[in-house]
Design a protein around this ligand. Structure first.
Ligand SMILES: Cc1ncc(COP(=O)(O)O)c(C=O)c1O
Length: 382
């Protein structure tokens, strides 16, 4: 694993033209050029299915789980493949107890896939959803920890808020949740891969992520970590490959009541996903080699610079103590000029606009020049 001093911009590994300033990883990242080669080979494999072997069904998804497990300090058997965050949250809903009158705690403006399932679950059990209001100082951790009590069944939150990167201290939240007997369900889609995280430190019940953002992966592919205490739970579907002995294709109709070990039962049907898995593998392998710590250090150098330039222009940003290293919201005190994102895009500068703020999300392909490009355009347009 490298350090910030050694880590350098990786733009050359991506197909990003010199004139493009892409600061929108929180929306979707490009995959690595080499991952695209892996994907093309995988697509070509379907031209000749007779050349496929049994190992294509089992080895690549197993390897993907192993790489994801390595990233989060888990065991390969703790991981399952899911097609979306909503699928992962549905698994958590299915496997967590909730009594009438108990609380499910969320953050304000959380991503809908990590809100609707909890609202429906609360309705079905006559329980209550409690939403932590957006704190003025950017500190979610204190009010979230304060809200967790003995009547809390579930805490469902991210590590970095998707709208502006304001951070949640999951080690603290995990400890308070455990002390109160509450389950912790994490959606780390907006931080995993570029911000260090370990299940050893946080001990979530479920950790869910999509791959198409910070993990440099394809759409429709994600992972769920299922804590060992839930691994005898109920899957959302009963697929053949999740059952013990499924590698013996000749005996699939010797119906098998037992599942494969660990979290395998929770994987989505057709988890082998021949075309997408090689792309996922390349992204995860590369990120594991670089290490989330080194990437976070590198990106915080960029977001610190962005914060400083934004403040100099009169825009508001969260305090450094409550910001993530990779994702920052630039808040307009008054109204934002109409069509700002479009005007920036016309200059080949890509960011997202969320409400009153611009969301800037650099990844390993960004560098100081990109920050310069963004601010010289903003100075021009504002
Ligand atoms: C925090 C977060 N979670 C999840 C998703 C995607 O959810 P799903 O996989 O259910 O479409 C997004 C997409 O923007 C997100 O920002």
């Amino acid at each position: 694993m490298g350090s910030r001093a050694e880590f350098t911009c990786k733009k050359h590994l991506f197909d990003i033209a010199e004139q493009v300033t892409y600061l929108n990883a929180a929306y979707m990242t490009p995959i690595l050029k080499q991952a695209a080669d892996c994907g093309q080979q995988a697509v070509a494999g379907k031209l000749h299915p007779w050349e496929m072997s049994l190992s294509n069904f089992f080895d690549p998804p197993e390897q993907a789980c192993a790489l994801m497990a390595k990233m989060i300090g888990a065991m390969t058997d703790d991981m399952a493949q899911i097609p979306s965050v909503s699928y992962g949250v549905a698994l958590a809903v299915r496997n967590l107890p909730l009594l009438p009158g108990q609380k499910i705690i969320l953050l304000a403006d959380q991503f809908p896939s990590h809100v609707y399932p909890w609202q429906e679950m609360a309705k079905a059990h006559q329980a209550e959803v409690v939403t932590i209001a957006r704190p003025d100082n950017g500190d979610w951790t204190t009010p979230l920890c304060d809200a967790i009590d003995q009547n809390t069944a579930i805490v469902a939150c991210p590590q970095a808020h998707w709208t502006d990167g304001s951070r949640v201290d999951l080690v603290k939240v995990g400890a308070v949740a455990r002390k109160n007997g509450a389950a912790l369900v994490l959606d780390l889609t907006q931080s995993l891969g570029v911000v260090p995280f370990s299940v050893q430190d946080v001990d979530p019940d479920f950790m869910i992520t999509a791959c198409y953002k910070w993990l440099l992966g394809p759409y429709s592919y994600g992972f769920i970590y299922v804590a060992p205490r839930h691994q005898d739970g109920i899957p959302l579907e009963e697929n053949w490959i999740a059952r013990k002995g499924s590698e013996d294709f000749a005996r699939l109709v010797d119906y098998q009541p037992q599942y494969r070990p660990g979290a395998a039962r929770f994987s989505v049907g057709e988890r082998s996903n021949f075309m997408l898995t090689p792309i996922v593998l390349h992204g995860l392998e590369t990120l594991n080699q670089w290490g989330a710590g080194a990437i976070a250090d590198y990106l915080s150098g960029l977001t610190d610079m962005i914060a400083e330039r934004a403040q100099a222009m009169g825009l508001k940003v969260a305090d450094k103590a409550h910001r993530s290293p990779h994702l920052i919201g630039l808040d307009f005190p008054a109204d934002m000029p109409a069509g700002l994102a479009v005007s920036l895009a016309q200059r080949n500068i890509f960011v997202s606009v969320r409400g009153h703020s611009i969301r800037v999300a650099p990844h390993v392909y960004n560098n100081i020049q990109d920050v310069e490009n963004l601010f010289s355009a903003l100075e021009d347009l504002l």
